[in-house]
Design a protein around this ligand. Structure first.
Ligand code: 6AU
Length: 491
């Protein structure tokens, strides 16, 4: 389906269903990208491909509903094709009630309590989808899902979700951009301009837009302003999406570095601190009594307390060696660690090597991800600004970035793309250094000044008198700093 989607993305661009430039939008802000999917009615083969893909999506995700309803007007013919293809009766929502006869807003045969799936062409704020949802709900019709062709990734999915409707998209704007970039149809500066625009023009809680020209300084287009829920919709890595949602729902951005050498100690601390953390990070090669049973128990605790496992292996070899180190050997890291860390020193082949280390299907691949190291927390690190920039580029450009969940770094300037997660180690409340070069900052400093989305705490927790109390304290302070950060910047 991915190849088909890519071909369709290019076709849509070629028939001017979307364009790049400087466009005045309905909501009064200028956009570097403009969609007009109305044109597709003039291209029957495109109509067929789009509706086939929607139908395939519905089938694959088992979005069973008794009716299908298109948001007027552009999505009406698409909904019609989906209805006919699937044999699902259609409902038609009028934009205005008839002023004669029945005054009905919804045409078609239905009963209160029936379910209905929505089809829409492009979602920006989500308001058009919600208008249709509201009219259907007034008739007692239950709407739980909407399938849209393009998600402009400006918060529409979140605002639709707030009304208990899940939004699914065939394309995100990022996917379209990357496909066109890969195909040589657009330049990198266009991709960057659109990414900045997306980050800066997210929807606020009241449904209005933040105007990039008026409210956000030009050099202030930053991911750190956006809530995790919004950033989840922008992430290209499935694990990053999962982690953003996990952090938002569990209200924690604390990663515990369980740098202990006995498996029993790690399991113990994982159980005690599990409720407070989003990620538990291991250095599996320091465990003296490693066994498969240990990993099995660790995974049970990860599921019990809802946190992800990260093996901080810091891979740094040629692709072939990395694929073996990741998938084989005693530890078989790819089998159990949701996330791993890797240096970017070998270049892009690190991503290909890691992907090759995951055995199994595309769906198993989508459950794994990497954090690339772009900066280190210790004094005397050889990493300079040029290296960091090159490392961030590997995380944000190219065909394999769907495997990159985030970046390990110390500065908000390290990368712009809001769909990646910044992991920042070197967090301790009562020390500034250790004896071996580590440098510490407070939770507030790493989140508010350094752009950390997740703070990594090791000895600050596992050397504390009560690890549970320490985990709760670090969780509270990191989370409060994050909520203040997004509240202050007001997007
Ligand atoms: O809080 P600590 O100093 O006890 O532990 C910090 C943890 C350790 C390091 O291996 C790791 O964070 N770390 C990393 C990571 C996560 O990759 C990068 C870095 O720059 N500094 C750092 O300390 O497990």
């Amino acid at each position: 389906m991915s190849e088909e989607r890519k071909a369709l993305a290019i076709k849509l661009y070629e028939i001017n269903a979307f364009k790049f430039g400087d466009f005045k939008m309905k909501v009064g802000i200028n956009s570097p990208v403009y969609f007009d999917l109305r044109v597709i009615v003039s291209y029957p083969e495109v109509m067929k491909t789009v509706s086939d893909l929607i139908a395939a999506y519905i089938k694959e995700h088992q979005l069973t509903a008794k009716h299908v309803c298109g948001v007027p007007y552009t999505a009406l013919p698409l909904a019609t094709l989906v209805s006919v293809q699937q044999g699902t009766p259609m409902l038609v929502r009028r934009k205005e009630a008839k002023d004669y006869g029945t005054k009905k807003l919804i045409e078609g045969l239905y009963n209160a309590g029936d379910t209905c799936l929505i089809v829409e062409d492009v979602v920006t704020s989500g308001s058009s989808v919600l208008d249709t949802v509201r009219d259907l709900q007034r008739e007692g019709i239950v709407v739980t899902d909407a399938v849209v062709v393009v998600d402009r990734e400006q918060g529409g999915a979140v605002s639709i979700a707030q009304h208990n409707v899940r939004m699914h998209s065939l394309f995100t704007l990022s996917f379209l951009l990357n496909t066109l970039l890969e195909a040589g149809k657009i330049q990198r500066n266009t991709v960057d301009a659109v990414a900045r625009y997306i980050a800066a023009s997210q929807i606020k809680g009241d449904g209005s837009f933040v105007n990039p020209q008026q409210k956000v300084a030009v050099n202030d287009f930053s991911r750190i302003k956006l809530p995790f829920e919004h950033r989840a919709t922008l992430a290209k890595s499935e694990v990053a999406k999962q982690l953003f949602h996990l952090m938002a729902s569990k209200k924690t951005n604390l990663c515990l570095a369980a740098d202990l050498t006995q498996s029993e100690e790690i399991l113990n601390i994982a159980d005690l601190c599990g409720p407070y953390i989003c990620v538990l990070k291991t250095h599996i090669d320091i465990v003296e009594d490693f066994s498969e049973a240990f990993i099995k128990n660790l995974r049970i605790l990860a599921d019990k307390h809802n946190f992800l496992l990260m093996e901080d292996r810091k891979f740094a070899d040629i692709g072939n060696t990395v694929s073996l180190q990741y998938g084989k050997g005693i530890y078989k890291v790819a089998d159990w660690a949701d996330l791993v860390t890797a240096h970017a020193v070998t270049g892009r082949s690190i991503l290909q090597g890691l992907k090759a280390g995951v055995s199994g299907t595309a769906s198993q691949m989508s459950k794994r991800g990497v954090f690339l190291l772009a900066e280190l927390s210790n004094s005397g690190s050889l990493i300079d600004a040029k290296y960091s920039e090159a490392a961030s580029k590997i995380a944000t450009e190219g065909a394999d970035i769907d495997f990159v969940a985030g970046v390990v770094c110390q500065s908000p300037k390290c990368f712009d793309f809001p769909g990646l997660i910044q992991l920042t180690p070197g967090v301790k409340i009562d020390d500034t250094t250790d004896q071996l070069g580590q440098q510490y900052q407070t939770p507030e400093h790493v989140v508010k000044e350094r752009g950390a989305d997740i703070g990594v705490v090791g000895r600050g927790i596992f050397q504390a008198k009560s690890v549970e109390k320490a985990a709760a304290l670090y969780r509270d302070r990191l989370w409060a700093a994050y909520t203040e950060r997004i509240a202050k910047t007001g997007v």
